[in-house]
Design a protein around this ligand. Structure first.
Ligand SMILES: Nc1ncnc2c1ncn2[C@@H]1O[C@H](COP(=O)(O)OP(=O)(O)OP(=O)(O)O)[C@@H](O)[C@H]1O
Ligand SMILES: [Mg+2]
Length: 321
């Protein structure tokens, strides 16, 4: 699905090299640091418009980032801006005294540790918003490629989730070769861990499954968090089984990991094993057959068998109690 979207659109849609970042002085006042990442610092700022009104915005100030990457993030966010309630609005990218900055909508958030407080209804809402944001990305030819808790702004007061950080996102082309940026291994899809450079939209669905798992069992957020790629794959095989990874590597002609043989296990069983009494209590309220079914479809090792964002949005999990 959506394999040829970018081919059918004009060059101006995807050719981010053409983005012009103008040198200018923008009137804003830094209020506080919202977060830091590998690409720089994001500030909460008061931006003064030409009309003189002040707006609360988020400003991403890049440090040591290739201009090409800044242009790609700018192009992707501006293309998606206004197309989904669950993606921040893009305002402008500018350069002042050699410092590049991207001005966007400020999205309030609570840190991931509040996953403990999430009821199953909250999880339904937030995963639905995430899938909806991803469907907007995918139907516009964009793979987010870095879905993880620190790239989600969850506002508990309005019960809204917004998908942030398009710094690793790509325009999908059928025969493209993208770098298998790995970063936080815990949320990376098997095909990225196995270095398949032609990965596509399904990588975002795997990461959504991992986020959903964190929300369902926050007490076990330290599980499935490998120290490195090999260790992550080894941990994943505890429920996927080793054969699923061997088949993946054979199908896409990727170098095989030397894995110790392990049989597949159902996800609920995998999670239940080693759970404390407190975790088993949560399991009773949070693990429903529909939720487990969606989770298993999201966490499918073979990207071709993984559920798409569009299909997932119609899954019974969102419409049954
Ligand atoms: N629009 C926004 N509104 C509010 N907070 C934001 C916004 N954009 C980013 N942040 C905060 O700043 C942090 C870093 O931003 P972002 O993820 O875009 O940077 P990065 O350097 O690309 O990160 P990474 O290390 O994941 O590559 C986010 O985790 C989030 O907490
Ligand atoms: Mg980030």
């Amino acid at each position: 699905m959506y394999a040829t979207i970018n081919e059918t659109r004009p060059l101006t849609w995807w050719d981010y090299d053409q983005v012009v970042i103008s040198e200018k002085i923008v009137d804003y006042e830094k209020v506080t640091v919202l977060g830091t990442g590998s690409f720089g610092t994001v500030y909460l700022v008061y931006y003064q418009s030409r009309a003189g009104t002040k707006h609360k915005c988020a400003l991403k100030e890049y440090i040591d980032v290739d201009v090409k990457d800044i242009k790609r993030e700018t192009k992707i966010l501006s293309n998606l801006s206004g197309k989904s309630k669950y993606i921040p609005l893009f305002y402008q990218t500018f350069v002042t005294n050699n410092i590049y900055s991207l001005l966007m909508e400020y999205c309030p958030q609570v840190p991931p540790h509040t996953y403990y407080d999430f009821t199953l209804d909250h999880i339904r809402v937030y995963i639905y918003h995430l899938l909806s944001a991803l469907e907007t990305c995918h139907s516009n030819g964009i793979v987010h490629a870095d879905v993880k808790p620190s790239n989600l702004a969850i506002d508990v007061s309005t019960q809204t989730l917004k998908l942030l950080d398009f710094g690793h996102s790509i325009f999908y082309f059928k025969d493209h070769k993208s770098t298998c940026y790995v970063g936080t291994v815990a949320y990376k899809a098997p095909e990225i861990l196995c270095k398949w450079a032609n990965y596509s939209y399904p990588v975002d669905l795997w990461s959504t499954g991992r986020v959903m798992l964190d929300m369902l069992i926050p007490h076990q957020m330290n599980r499935l968090r490998g120290k490195n790629i090999y260790n992550q794959v080894q941990q994943l095989t505890e429920f996927t089984g080793s054969l699923a990874f061997e088949t993946l590597c054979e199908t896409y002609q990727l170098p095989n990991f030397k894995l110790s043989p392990k049989p597949p296990q159902s996800l609920p069983k995998y999670v239940y094993t080693n759970a404390t009494p407190q975790e088993k209590e949560r399991y009773k309220t949070h693990f429903t057959p529909a939720g487990m079914d969606l989770l298993e479809r999201l966490l499918s090792v073979d990207p071709q068998l993984r559920i798409s964002a569009k299909e997932a949005l119609a899954h019974p999990f969102f419409f049954t109690k």
